[in-house]
Ligand binder design. Sequence first.
Ligand SMILES: Nc1ncnc2c1ncn2[C@@H]1O[C@H](COP(=O)(O)OP(=O)(O)O)[C@@H](O)[C@H]1O
Ligand SMILES: [Mg+2]
Length: 842
Amino acid sequence: MECSKCRFENAAEIWFCGQCGNRLTQNAVAKPVKTIFESERKQVTALFSDITGYVAITERIDREEVWEITGRIFQGAAEILAHYDGFIERFAGDGLLALFGVPKSHGDDPVRALHAAREIHGLVASLSPRYEAGIGIKLSRHSGINTGLAVAAEIDHVKGTHRVTGNVINIAARLSNLARAHEIFVGFVTYRACRNHFSFEPLKPVFVKGKTEQIPLYKLLSSKVSKSFNIRSSHRLSSEMIGRDRDLYKLEMRIVKAIHGRGSVVNVIGEAGIGKSRLIAELKKCGIMKQATFLEGRAISIGKHLSFHPIIDIFKQWTMIADDDTDSAAFAKIEKTIRAVHPEESDEILPFMATLMGLKLVGRHAERVRDIESEGLEKLILKSIRELLIRKSELQPVIVIMEDLHWADASSIKLLESLYLLVEKYRIIFINVFRPGYLNTDTGTVTKVEEMLPDHYVEVLLQPLNDSDSKTLLDNMLEFKGLPRSVRTRIVEHAGGNPFFIEEVVYSLIDEAAVVRHNSGFEVTDKIKSIVIPPTINDVLIARLDRLETQTRELVKIASVIGRSFFDHIIRDVADYIDDIDNRLEHLKDAYFIKDRIRMQELEYLFKHALVQDAAYESILITQRKALHLKVAKSIEKLFKERLHEFYGMLSFHYGKGEDLEKAEEYLTKAGEESLRSSASIEALVYFQEALKLFIDQHGDSANPEKLLVLEKNIALASCRKGQFVDGLKYYDQVLERLGVRPSGSRIIEAVRFAGNLLYVVGKLFLSSNKAKRSPGRREKEIFETTMKRNETLVIADTGRAFSSMIRLLRMGDAFDITKTANGFRLWVGTGTVFSYMGVSL
Ligand SMILES: Nc1ncnc2c1ncn2[C@@H]1O[C@H](COP(=O)(O)OP(=O)(O)O)[C@@H](O)[C@H]1O
Ligand SMILES: [Mg+2]
């Protein structure tokens, strides 16, 4: 067959041109997949593979023969790649680049790539005897495989065109270059994702172009998986979504409306396990979603006091910040994203977004936020987020999904609420997903949005499935209708229309071998007769956990202490006394307790549902819980030491549960300071109040006045920022008392003092002295600064007293050089303004 590109005449059965690698027929890959025209950021596994000693081969035999060899290899490789659903990106000369994960992700793309590479190597080795006499060496290949994020655009399987760009491909090529005959080298993420399926040998890390640090490198040794491994046949024990067509339609309609310029706020409300997340997952699969940008954040069950946690989650995913990125790497990613969305304003937005994300700023960016007080900061952060969303929505409708909002912290909810108005003007949809019965969401989001935006508000209230739908779900999962009627009826009755309950009962039938796999489906055994269906989901889960082998049960308990999701390296560190973790994690995956995924370039596990985590956690003895929380806290300290400030809230939680109150208090204080920095004053207040309580519980209220003073000052500051001026003033007064300042007492005494101070200050104006002033002492400075802060609150809360307080400050300040105190200069300017207003010039 003649190649349409280079006109080379290839043998009839050849699919790829031996000369230029062009595809000769359209049969070479699996069935055509529809074209995607938008760009997407995707997790991609790149396989780069070359013929070893290709140049020497081309020198030894004539061109026609080289083309025959490469043509045969291309053809065989194409068949192998089609089997594993890999995408052939490029065939050129001896080289081959295939991608897994575009246009379709399979969830196990790195594993597929490794299988494909091994088979391609095997194919070449099997062709070798035919040619080795002629070329004088054995035919072999060497390959590199790397996994990471890439930008995929305009993928079209029919034409064989698409563009995928990203460093991930260059690194795969570099790994291939480093490998010698027969060797397959893989990068870290690939290794992590595949190490349960294959054995590897770690090699010395290397430098690669485009990376400043050395990258880890692994050599593939052998497959751990039995020959029966067959990607396509494994039955997944799942069902299509049942009975939610109308709900899905409602959501889709909102997206259609957004495309046409009308935004909305949608609340998806339902009990745990009813199918909220599933509905969102199905929505994401709808064709129309290709026309929108998705931003997703999830609140976590301990998130009540983790300020802005779900908002930060959204931006972490948007900017692709990984948990182990250094501050500067994270900063660079934020900068890149902002520049891409809003280049003109990026310098103005950047420092505020970075502050929100808890990054330490340096240089001009630090300068930009330094003197901005919390309330101002809050406004500027909000403004930055708003600008980014607006800009992004000008390109494509933006859908902001907030999963499990019932667990969100109050600052996040407040921030979201102030963004909702955007839907009136812009193509933005907020989808809040939450359970009913939680204070923050029940009294805040739902009612307010409905009142605020009646024309843009939609509620999707997920009801239990009816009996017929429940039965369908049951049958779908097992792919047969052979369950005895009585068992089916009992399951449906107990489940009360909760799909998660039904799923768990099915898994428990399998755990107990009442239902067993048979060929490609299932069949019922005699054990079904004695099966007991527990009355609640929690009972089903506890029974299932109890059946696990002791150490595996221990592992799942440890995981539940870490959280709903947990990175592979954390669980390995905390559970270091458990052997054979690989297989145990694998088992937990097979039994549908956990799932795995690659997030932010890291292998992460996730409890299939929060209820599984709860059940596992509840089953831990209280005494053991303490020790585990401490272990988790220590692991976090060790593994995330570079960016510990992001984990202060989490650390205080674990130390608190571990009853190391000193550490808990230390991290609460730090978390409070961190929240104040990012303007989350609501959380800051909670942190400081808890820290103070812990401290007093441990040491009493007079043990360490300095420490108490710091905490009380912080509570005062956070209260005032939150608008609780009375509380704020109370704490400022407490601080001043600790510093030895007498409380003002009655109004009359205050008035007399005011008159005295005023006379003194005005008198000083006319008796100016050039005497150099001394620097204030520590206590003096502390009193001055606290009074100054207190005064700022008084200006808002009680103007009359504010003025008298300012005069007192000026008198106090006359004793020393107030410019040596924080904000001292502002006092002069501020007072100057007041005096000018009164006709007195300073
Ligand atoms: N309508 C449905 N049809 C089939 N399976 C469902 C349906 N709703 C939920 N499920 C399954 O039930 C389990 C729990 O659902 P999930 O969406 O996680 O619950 P929620 O987010 O409301 O707590 C998931 O495994 C999900 O796939
Ligand atoms: Mg959910």
